[in-house]
Ligand binder design. Structure first.
Ligand SMILES: [Zn+2]
Length: 179
């Protein structure tokens, strides 16, 4: 990564929304770097088929992991958090900050999952094939919109607690293409 590109990424970081994961390097760069400016808790756990690394350019956050020997990292400026392939993880900002995500140029399938606040079981997940031509945030907003509009999907299969929908208006996201 060239210094100039990183400075450009920092300078324009204010334009990015929560968990936007906007690609900031040329399309053939491997690994690709994705940039978000996070203010609110990530409204789902993300699953990546391949390893991913998170890094804080500013601010600080907790990274919550599942199915992992370490369940929570505190991420400060300059820290890198390695997330093994397939590990559900969720960013919860302590203070607003810019987060980088490193992903393979061919990262495979991704998914969004929700877990029950009452019994901790997985409530639901949606998966999709990562497509370098589709901004990841479009997949996130589609998954969140589907989840929010489907009460059966939000009902815990183990204890029947209904998971609340997601207030999509609170996130600086594009409108969902399909619900
Ligand atoms: Zn439950």
């Amino acid at each position: 990564m060239t210094r100039r590109r990183m400075i450009n990424a920092l300078a324009s970081a204010g334009e990015f929304g929560d968990y936007e994961d906007a690609a900031v390097l040329p399309a053939d760069t491997d690994p690709q770097v994705y940039l978000s400016r996070n203010r609110l808790p990530q409204p789902f756990h993300l699953l990546c088929e391949k390893d991913t690394v998170l890094s804080a350019l500013s601010g600080s956050a907790y990274v919550h992991l599942r199915d992992s020997s370490v369940l929570r990292f505190r991420m400060e400026i300059g820290d890198h958090v390695y997330v093994p392939a397939g590990t559900p993880h969720r960013i919860v900002p302590v203070e607003e900050g810019v987060t980088l995500r490193y992903l393979s140029r061919n990262p495979g399938r991704h998914g969004a999952a929700w877990y029950c606040a009452a019994c901790d079981a997985e409530v639901h997940r949606y998966e999709w094939q990562h497509d370098n031509d589709t901004p990841p945030v479009q997949q996130y907003v589609a998954a969140c919109a589907r989840f929010t509009s489907d009460e059966a999907a939000r009902t815990c299969p183990k204890c029947a607690t209904v998971h609340p929908g997601i207030d999509l208006a609170a996130y600086n996201w594009p409108a969902p293409a399909t619900v």
